[in-house]
Design a protein around this ligand. Structure first.
Ligand code: URC
Length: 306
């Protein structure tokens, strides 16, 4: 809407609302999640910008409270994706002026512990990689849903090389067929469900899917346990990881992978007196995180002409 010749695009919300939820079952087992929820609402509340009229504003404090009310109302375990969708649906249907709700959630990687080889009924420890999601819900019921994994640190000590790249007067990197390969995968993928009504209502569908996608990404990165698989570049490995996910999961329409190349540099130390103090033989490395290679790509299916 233009007023005084100015275009205004606006949204407001509450960021990083932290909530934890325990589900207690009759057999004594507990389930636990911890979420950081960020809400952004697109709504008709222009008079709050144009005048001192807040009568259409849904207070961000109210949004925060809603997160706790909805968590309380979830009597059964629910995936982080479903929680994002139901919260988004709530804002769009409860408030006439809200036309779009964007709900982003990061789930902390709490994992059940095993003690004496047995899963503990109510004991958890923090893992490393997080499960993320973003649901954009429209008043019409249309939906955009992405999930992701962040901070998935992977490393293999062989079966990686980098050869036949551009060589010019600035190049010193030697070609190799033997190096360490380490990365921290950040992946986001889009589900093809385009309305809240079309989302599978099988309880923890998206939680299972998250585990399955992660498994395919890791299996493709590492290859079989005995032999591994050779990686000629991070680029090639990234491509194989993304294409394996698209091949395997028909309801994933695209995947974005960000895979920094975290370098482990060969250590060679020498002095005049001791010219071969440490001679690198694929054994001693200097781990570095700055600088690192930065490699990312999005893969999607090309629409078939059939
Ligand atoms: O797998 C790699 N891809 C690159 O683009 C690159 N660049 C570089 O210096 N080392 C590597 N390794």
């Amino acid at each position: 809407m233009a007023e005084e010749g100015l275009r205004l695009e606006q949204r407001h919300g509450k960021a990083r609302v932290r909530v934890a939820r325990v589900w207690r079952h009759d057999d004594g087992s507990h389930h636990f999640v911890e979420w950081s929820v960020s809400i952004s609402l697109l709504s008709h509340c222009l008079s709050s910008y144009h005048r001192d009229d807040n009568s259409d504003i849904v207070a961000t404090d109210t949004m925060k409270n809603t997160v706790y009310v909805k968590a309380k109302e979830c009597g059964d375990r629910i995936s982080v994706e479903e929680f994002a969708i139901l919260t988004g649906k709530h804002f769009c249907s409860f408030y006439p002026q809200v036309f779009t709700a964007i709900v982003r959630i990061i789930e902390k990687p709490w994992e059940r512990v095993c003690v004496d080889g047995k899963p503990h009924l109510h004991g958890f420890k923090l893992g490393s990689e997080s499960h993320t999601t973003e649901a954009t819900v429209q008043k019409s019921g249309s939906l955009e849903l992405t999930s992701g994994v962040s901070g998935l640190a992977l490393l293999k000590t062989t079966q990686s090389g980098f050869e036949r790249f551009v060589r010019d007067k600035y190049t010193i990197l030697p070609e190799t067929r033997e190096r360490m390969l380490a990365t921290e995968v950040n992946a986001t993928w889009r589900y093809s469900y385009d309305s809240v009504a079309s989302v599978p209502n099988k309880g923890l569908y998206f939680s299972d899917k998250f585990m399955d996608v992660k498994k395919v990404l890791m299996e493709t990165f590492f290859g079989p346990p005995e032999t591994g698989v050779y990686s000629p570049s991070v680029q090639r490995t990234l491509y194989l990881m993304g294409s394996a996910v698209l091949r395997r999961f028909g309801d994933v329409s695209w995947i974005h992978l960000k895979m920094p190349n975290i370098h482990f540099l060969p250590v060679n130390l020498s002095s005049k007196e001791n010219p071969s103090m440490v001679k690198f033989k694929d054994d001693v490395y200097l781990p570095t995180d700055e600088p690192h290679g930065s490699i990312e790509a999005t893969l999607s299916r090309i629409a078939s002409k059939m």
